[in-house]
Ligand binder design. Structure first.
Ligand code: SF4
Length: 207
């Protein structure tokens, strides 16, 4: 039997465009809030076929030969890192190599891990990772002095007036804002379906 290999390494969806999707297990460091609101635990991304692909992509990204991923990324304006899951330390070399090989592609995303943001931000102009926090994040992560995003924003959350917080993601489920979650001026507009998606926005990497 031929070894498993996905048709494409990148995944895609209408909002984020193209992404490198990684597993939750062994990758995420969930906060209390994200562990019960996580979008990647349900729907299409949680199908066994997609979970299998996420594991494959994680292992691929640890390897030395990223030729096929580089070829896929080169044709894209922007690629979201960890569209699902989160990066691990053993992905760092691969991500840096990808950034060097695809200087015209913006590699962007969010991480719950300070060590990942610190290791990647400021290295290449086309590599930008926000540190993702929420109202249940540990105090240590909230001290990060770089760019932050806040999500999921629950109905009871008060987002601090803090210049480091660049984008806010109101809690939404199956394409709809969850009842009772008010709007914040830093909210991602694609969540409200006011813009088609990240390719028309770029807020999360324009900082
Ligand atoms: S704020 Fe813009 S770039 Fe960020 S996730 Fe929303 S649509 Fe995409």
């Amino acid at each position: 039997m031929k070894p498993y290999r996905p048709g494409t390494i990148l995944s895609s969806n209408t909002k984020c465009g193209h992404s490198i999707n990684l597993p939750i297990a062994g990758h995420c460091r969930p906060t209390k809030n994200c562990s019960h609101t996580c979008y990647a635990r349900k729907g299409r991304t949680a199908l066994p076929s997609n979970k299998r692909k996420q594991v494959w992509v994680s292992n691929y990204l640890k390897g030395l030969d990223l030729k096929e991923l580089i070829e896929e990324c080169k044709t894209k304006k922007a690629v979201r890192l960890s569209g699902t899951g989160d990066l691990n330390k053993d992905h760092l070399l691969g991500i840096r190599r990808l950034a060097r090989a695809c200087p015209d592609t913006m590699l962007w995303g969010m991480t719950r891990k300070l060590e990942i943001a610190k290791a990647l931000n400021g290295k290449y102009p086309n590599l930008k990772l926000m540190v993702s926090i929420d109202s249940s994040s540990p105090a240590e992560i909230q001290k990060y002095q770089g760019t932050l995003c806040w999500g999921p924003r629950l109905a009871t959350d008060v987002v601090p007036k803090d210049k480091r917080i660049h984008t806010v993601f109101p809690y939404h489920n199956s394409g709809r804002i969850v009842n009772g979650v008010p709007e914040d001026k830093k909210d991602c507009q694609a969540v409200y379906h006011r813009i088609p998606g990240c390719h028309e926005c770029g807020r999360c990497w324009n900082w």
